[in-house]
Write a protein that binds this ligand. Structure first.
Ligand code: R5P
Length: 300
């Protein structure tokens, strides 16, 4: 007889996993995580998993490598207790920005991490807004990359309506080449007036510079769409340029709220992020992706 699936949270996705389990009516498994004094991780599965289909939910950030290792050892713990199919929901895929050799001598860390997940025996991956969709090709197991563009468009349609903003005054902005498809998708669902393309360079990690803005933003309300907000440098710099070019205001939506540095620029009027990373930031609204993940598990 097929046994009911079970959802486990690891340390970075506790709220999200609880919501997903509740939405699906699945058991939320019990586990505990301890550490030896040198940082070595000990995980224990405290629920019955024999012959069950398991969904682990864990984002990999803060600190990235530890969160990955938690997954790897927890999969081993589940196998030891006889779990049948072990699936991984990884809302934020750490190391995704290292998806190619950008400078000679570098690894392709996003690919190496993919092989770790496969090697321990994960059957299927569900993830959200991968930095580059091409990362799915690093896997031989099925990978579902959930795209939140429609969710964002519906959220901002409501927000702009509440604020009395006409959609014809909205310009959707991509802060760099990598987010063109994101911005175009949001614009398509939102029925905004135009997409504005920004050329950005990154001289070194954690630093970025705007080279040019292609399109007219004068008098526009800009909606800047990005996958990751890390130092905030990208959105701060782009917002500054947009305002300098006559934009009326700048709204931002970012999927993965790393927020490793201080406050955002006062040129930004409004920021929304998702709960792929469970970070609470004053003045930043959260759009939950629990529904997207629950549907993906239900339909997988
Ligand atoms: C870069 O290619 C990404 O899409 C994001 O724009 C970037 O990671 C954001 O990082 P930061 O907030 O540090 O500028």
């Amino acid at each position: 007889m097929k046994k009911d699936p079970i959802v486990f949270a690891l340390s970075s996705s506790k709220k999200l996993a609880a919501t997903v389990a509740k939405t699906l009516g699945f058991e939320l498994g019990k586990n505990e995580i301890e550490r030896f004094s040198d940082g070595e991780i000990i995980v224990r599965c405290l629920s019955e998993v024999k012959d069950k289909e398991v969904y682990i939910i864990q984002s990999t950030s803060y600190p990235v490598s530890d969160k990955i290792f938690e997954i790897l050892v927890f999969v081993d713990a589940l196998k030891n207790k006889g779990a049948k199919d072990i699936n991984l929901v990884i809302p934020y895929y750490g190391y995704s920005r290292q998806d190619r050799v950008a400078k000679e001598g570098e690894p392709v860390s996003a690919k190496m991490v993919a092989s770790l997940y496969e090697t321990v025996g994960i059957k299927k991956i569900i993830t959200v807004d991968l930095h580059t969709p091409g990362i799915t090709s690093f896997f031989t197991i099925p990978v579902i990359n959930l795209e939140p563009a429609e969710l964002y468009a519906n959220f901002f349609k409501k927000k702009f309506f509440e604020l009395g903003i006409d959609l014809k005054d909205i310009a959707v902005v991509t802060p760099d080449h990598g987010s063109i498809n994101r911005a175009e998708q949001v614009n398509k669902y939102l029925k905004g007036s135009s997409v504005i393309y920004v050329e950005k360079i990154r001289p070194r990690p954690n630093e970025s510079r705007v080279l040019s803005i292609k399109g007219d933003v004068f008098g526009k309300i800009c909606l800047l769409v990005d996958d990751i907000i890390d130092t905030g440098g990208t959105i701060n710099n782009v917002a500054e340029e947009l305002i300098n070019k006559g934009a009326r205001s700048v709204f931002v939506v970012g999927t993965h709220a790393i927020f490793s540095k201080g406050p955002l620029s006062d040129r930004i009027s409004y920021v929304a992020v998702t709960d792929t990373l469970e970070k609470e930031i004053d003045g930043v609204e959260v759009i939950s992706i629990a529904g997207l993940i629950s549907n993906a598990i239900k339909n997988a």
